[in-house]
Design a protein around this ligand. Structure first.
Ligand code: THU
Length: 159
């Protein structure tokens, strides 16, 4: 028997001002996007903003539904919108924030498992990684590749 360890590398920052200009822009766009969330059931407004290789920015916010599973996370709204509007154009970077009662949550927002699986498909399809900015009020986590959030992920190569 051999122990196998899988590590992920996270760049942690304390404030938006410590991020590079592109990341700051994306975080601000994600905060704006969160305000367009339809989240009457959870009160948890999530915003996502991504930049594509062609320079376009695409945003998303969570859209809930009285029939709960019909809702959609902010990250997937943004990624699917990017896929529909700019098919075949790779994602460069994606920022995600969440607001509770209009205020940024304290910790870096953690994407759900389904969104992580969509990150895997997005990188796999483009054959290149995209970076993530998970912004919270007191801490911001940046990852060089989104798939780092889903070790041992299932992808199309397994089919
Ligand atoms: N949500 C997102 O939009 N993204 C995440 O990363 C986590 C959760 C949404 C789904 C639901 O509308 C609300 O937040 C509470 O789970």
């Amino acid at each position: 028997m051999k122990q196998v360890e899988i590590n992920i590398n996270i760049h942690a920052y304390e404030a938006v001002d410590d991020l590079n200009p592109q990341q700051q822009e994306l975080v601000n766009a994600a905060i704006d996007a969160a305000k367009s969330a339809w989240a009457p059931y959870s009160g948890f407004q999530v915003g996502a903003a991504l930049v594509l290789e062609n320079g376009e920015t695409v945003i998303g916010s969570n859209q809930e539904n009285a029939a709960f599973p019909s809702g959609m996370c902010a990250e997937r709204v943004a990624l699917y919108q990017a896929g529909a509007r700019f098919p075949g154009v790779a994602v460069v970077e994606l920022a995600i924030v969440a607001l509770k009662k209009g205020e940024l949550i304290a910790h870096p927002v953690a994407p759900c498992g389904a969104c992580r699986q969509v990150f895997v498909e997005t990188e796999h399809r483009a054959k290149k990684p995209f970076s993530l900015v998970l912004a919270g009020r007191n801490q911001i986590f940046c990852l060089d590749r989104a798939t780092n959030l889903l070790p041992l992920a299932f992808n199309a190569d397994e089919l």
